[in-house]
Structures are given as structure tokens and as C-alpha cells.
Ligand binder design. Structure first.
Ligand code: HEM
Length: 520
């Protein structure tokens, strides 16, 4: 693996050695060896009772052998060390879980202990100091934020009430593809913009209009992409004592990005408050209006501060965009790879929607094969392959081994979803396996849980389902898709907290509906 993130330390030592004479260098060398021996002693004794794992080096632990594709690397470790293993990430203890039984022990039996997060330095920055739902520790504040999110913003009835926004944005995308018929288009990029526009419309649709809306979309895409590509691993996370130095500049970069978000949020809040004061836009209830109202009314014991309100806006944008659009992109690639699946989907859509009609969200419930396709994509390419790491609030045991308070617990859902003892032909994309409704992702089945499980299960499942099914059905029903001449299709993954396709899917749409008016 690349040791690039040690570069600042590496540059420092030659400079130090140049300042010393030969004798001083000798003393320095022996002191350094003594220091390493001591560290070695402490580290080898610090593994007592812990799960098995590869040998760690003093100071750096196992950082030197980490592969950036963490999900596959962790899966290979579990082949050697078993379903629970340990890894030293600098000073931090990492625990990797790779079996349904142990995932259940962590996420169900000991859910309250593991319902915390190990917040990375970058996460702290983009969540206004850890104030978002994603990073807030388990407790009354998290419960209040989660309630606001799930009940007031992402419940089925609220989502029903803003269907018109989803429809408007998706129809714009379909019309864009229609105008590009016969030419290559970047499917993932367009889907990202669609989802982003849907989410920002839900947040402040009544607040901002016209050209300003379009330019905001471009600005957000830039910032979200920058955040997603931020350096992992970050030394500050593994040596908290060194966090202040921010050797790789991650925190500094995040501060700049968050400032840009913050300016946009301030401007939206300002505009919305002005509209409300003047009594304009009362009938168009966007989430910002709902949140500001909640803030005014909030029960004094647990008020919703302006920082928490902004962190909630950030949760929606960061949690909802990449996750959903990357899943749609993987789905399109897998479907194009399997013409029989594409045919079956189109037949189902023709029977339910018809070629003289466009897909509406109300059709979704009548499309069982499409539902099976979604489940299969989430099995083979779970968006968060290691979930979002959990962190125990007290030392406990899992599978008979000690898991210390403050460890970083990775649940390798990606590996469980490809375990041949659970799944027949696990690497094959085969939606049929979900047709009998045997598996669901409500978090009760630890063979299949792409949205996680327990208290910290994804807060946006209802929104993800709607956006995924409605978008994919519209893309597949409205167009035939093929690759540009000479291109080959691949579905290679690139690890990240949100996993993405390594190479973007570029494909050519050809309209297939009976009437050009259906694309307007
Ligand atoms: C295909 C789409 C999506 C997938 C696969 C997905 C998956 C996940 C996973 C695995 C977690 C972590 C669960 C855990 O740690 O145990 C999570 C958390 C979360 N997701 Fe999603 N998600 C998706 C879409 C969305 C959307 C559309 C939103 C909101 C608009 C959203 C909001 C959140 C939030 C707020 C959390 C943090 C929950 C907490 O810590 O209490 N997600 N998601």
C-alpha cells in the first residue's frame, strides 16, 4: 500500500539527522531502538483477549499493509483470521466483523452499546462539529434529530406530498437524455444531478427559483464530490494526539468546503425567513420552512439550534445524493451486462405502464421484477460496504473476544452479501433470487442488510426506494441503452464510505416510447 501519508514525518528525519554529529547519531540510534523495543513489548501485550489479527508494527500497527480497497482487503483478512478479527490503525483498534451471527450480536443484541460512531476528523468538520444525525453520539440529542428527520422530513406521507418535485426533476433528466439521443451520456453524473436537485428542491423549493436553482446545483455537485474524494486514510484519525498538526491537510480542506456550504445555507435561511415574514409562500411547505417552524416551537428541554438545523440540511445532501445515484449507476451497468434482465424489465414496464405512457411513482408497487433488481443491486454493490463504522461506548465481548470501548467496528456487509454459504453463485447478478420476497432489508435479517440494522439503520430508506425505483423504471422504459463503439462494460468498484463505480458508465440512449411528446 502507499505510504504517502507518512511523507511529512519521512521528510522531517533526514533534516534532524543532518544536524547531529557521529556520536550523537549513535546515541540517537540506540535510543530509537530502545523506544521501538518498548513499544513492541506494549503492543504485543496489548492484544490480550482481543480477536486474532495480523502482526502489528510498533507505532504504525497495521497501517503499512492496508489496501485502499478496504472492503476486499478486510474480506481477505477474515479468510485467514475468522469472522471477527483485529487490526491496529496506528493507535486505534479496528475490529472487523464478517458473519451474520456476529453482526446480529453487535447490531441487535448489543445495539445500545454499539449505537455510537467513531467520528473521523473530516466528518467532524462537515457535520458542524459532529452535530449531524450521522455523527451525533447515541442519546437524547440524536433521538431528537432522528425524529425530526424521519417523522417531519422523510416519512412516507411527507414524501407523498412532494412527489411533484421528484417528477419535475426526473422529467427534466429524461428530456435531457432525449435531446442527447444517439450520443454518449454520463449516466452517473446525470443521476447525481437529478437526485441532488430533488433533495435541494425538497429542502428549499419555495425559497429559490430559476437560474439561481441551476447554479446552486453545479456548486453543490462540486463540493459533494470534493468531500467524497477527500483523503482516506487520514493520519489524524489514527493518532488523535497528532490531529492538531493535520499533516495531510484534510481538516483544512474540509473547512474551506464547509464554508461554501454554510454560505449557501445562510443565504437560503435568510431568504426563507424574509418570505415568511412577508407572508409569501405559505402554501409551498419546503423542509426549511418546516425546520424553521420547529426551531421556533422547539420544546425548551431540547431546542433545535441553528447549527443542528444546518447539520440536518447537510445530512440530507451528503447522505442522500451519492448513495442513491451510485446505486442507480451500478444498476444500469449490471442490467446492460445482462440483456435478459433488461428485456424482462422492459416487458414488465410495458405490461403495467405501456409504451404510450410515462412511468409514474404510483406504478412502482406493481413492478415486482424491478423491486427484485433493486434488492439484487444492493446485495452485490452495497453502497456503504462496511456500513458507517460503529463504536462501543463500553468494553464488552463479541464472539467471546474483548472489544474495547472506543474501537472502530467495521461490519463487512459487502463480504456477507457475497458469502457462498448464504448465496448461490454470489458474484452473479441474478434478480430472480429476490422474487420470492424471502429477503428484506428492514434490518431483521443479518444475511442481507444493505441499509444497516438497529438504532442507526439508514434514516432515508423510504426516500432511497422511491428515488431508485422511479428513476430506474423511467430510464429503462423510456430508452434502449447501448455502449459507444469499441467500449466494454465493466462493473468494478472503488472503495469509499460510499462505494462508487471505478469507471463512470457512459452509454447511448435511444428513445423507445410511441410519441415524442412523452419526452417533453
Ligand atoms: C441506496 C441508497 C442508500 C443506502 C444503501 C444507504 C445506506 C445507509 C447505511 C448502510 C447507513 C449506516 C447504517 C449503520 O451504520 O448501521 C446509512 C445511514 C444514514 N443514511 Fe442512508 N442510505 C441510502 C440513502 C439515503 C438517503 C436518500 C438518505 C436521506 C435523504 C439517507 C440518510 C441517512 C442518514 C441520515 C444516516 C445516518 C443514520 C444514523 O446514524 O442515525 N440515506 N445509510
Amino acid at each position: 500500500m502507499s505510504l504517502k501519508f507518512f511523507k511529512p514525518l519521512h521528510d522531517f528525519f533526514p533534516w534532524l539527522l543532518q544536524q547531529l554529529n557521529v556520536e550523537q547519531k549513535g546515541v540517537f540510534f540506540f535510543c530509537f531502538l530502545g523506544f521501538l523495543a518498548l513499544l513492541w513489548f506494549f503492543i504485543s501485550n496489548s492484544n490480550k483477549g482481543l480477536p486474532p489479527g495480523p502482526k502489528a508494527l510498533p507505532l504504525i500497527g497495521n497501517l503499512h499493509s492496508l489496501d485502499p480497497e478496504l472492503h476486499t482487503y478486510f474480506a481477505s483478512l477474515s479468510q485467514t483470521y475468522g469472522p471477527i478479527c483485529r487490526l491496529w490503525l496506528g493507535k486505534k483498534l479496528g475490529i472487523i466483523i464478517t458473519s451474520p451471527a456476529l453482526a446480529r450480536e453487535v447490531l441487535k443484541d448489543k445495539d445500545t452499546i454499539f449505537a455510537n460512531r467513531d467520528i473521523p476528523a473530516a466528518g467532524r468538520e462537515f457535520s458542524y462539529g459532529g452535530n449531524s444525525i450521522l455523527w451525533t453520539p447515541y442519546g437524547p440529542k440524536w433521538r431528537m434529530l432522528r425524529k425530526v428527520c424521519v417523522r417531519d422530513m422523510l416519512s412516507s406521507s411527507t414524501l407523498d406530498s412532494v412527489y411533484a418535485l421528484r417528477r419535475r426533476e426526473l422529467r427534466q433528466t429524461i428530456s435531457y437524455f432525449y435531446n442527447k439521443a444517439g450520443s454518449p451520456v454520463n449516466v452517473g453524473e446525470q443521476m447525481f444531478l437529478t437526485i441532488l436537485n430533488v433533495i435541494t428542491s425538497m429542502l428549499w423549493d419555495g425559497t429559490v427559483k430559476g437560474e439561481e436553482r441551476a447554479s446552486l446545483g453545479a456548486e453543490f455537485r462540486h463540493v459533494v464530490t470534493e468531500m467524497a474524494t477527500c483523503k482516506i486514510p487520514n493520519l489524524s484519525d489514527y493518532y488523535p494526539g497528532l490531529a492538531w498538526f493535520d499533516f495531510q491537510g484534510v481538516t483544512k480542506k474540509m473547512k474551506v468546503l464547509v464554508k461554501r456550504f454554510d454560505k449557501i445555507f445562510d443565504s437560503m435561511i435568510d431568504q426563507r425567513q424574509k418570505l415568511d415574514r412577508n407572508g409569501v409562500g405559505q402554501e409551498s411547505k419546503d423542509f426549511l420552512q418546516v425546520l424553521l417552524k420547529l426551531r421556533d416551537e422547539a420544546d425548551a428541554k431540547m431546542p433545535l439550534s441553528m447549527i443542528e438545523l444546518k447539520a440536518l440540511l447537510m445530512d440530507m445532501i451528503i447522505g442522500g445524493t451519492d448513495s442513491t445515484s451510485n446505486t442507480i449507476e451500478f444498476a444500469m451497468a449490471e442490467i446492460m451486462n445482462k440483456p435478459a434482465v433488461l428485456r424482462k424489465l422492459q416487458q414488465e414496464l410495458e405490461a403495467v405502464v405501456g409504451k404510450d405512457n410515462i412511468v409514474e411513482e404510483s406504478h412502482i408497487k406493481q413492478l415486482p421484477y424491478l423491486y427484485a433488481v433493486m434488492k439484487e443491486v444492493l446485495r452485490i454493490h452495497p453502497t456503504a460496504p462496511l456500513l458507517v463504522p460503529h463504536c462501543p461506548s463500553e468494553t464488552c465481548t463479541v464472539g467471546g473476544y474483548t472489544v474495547r470501548k472506543g474501537s472502530c467496528v467495521f461490519i463487512n456487509v459487502w463480504a456477507i452479501h457475497r458469502d457462498p454459504s448464504i448465496w448461490k453463485n454470489p458474484t452473479e447478478f441474478c434478480p430472480k433470487r429476490f422474487l420470492d420476497n424471502k429477503w428484506d432489508y428492514s434490518g431483521n435479517d443479518f444475511n442481507y442488510f444493505p441499509f444497516g440494522s438497529g438504532r442507526r439503520i439508514c434514516a432515508g430508506i423510504a426516500m432511497a426506494e422511491r428515488m431508485f425505483m422511479y428513476s430506474l423504471a423511467s430510464l429503462i422504459h423510456s430508452f434502449n441503452w447501448k455502449l459507444p463503439e469499441g467500449e466494454t462494460l465493466e462493473v468494478t468498484e472503488k472503495f469509499g464510505i460510499v462505494m462508487k463505480k471505478k469507471m463512470p458508465l457512459v452509454a447511448i440512449p435511444t428513445p423507445r416510447l410511441s410519441n415524442p411528446k412523452l419526452y417533453e
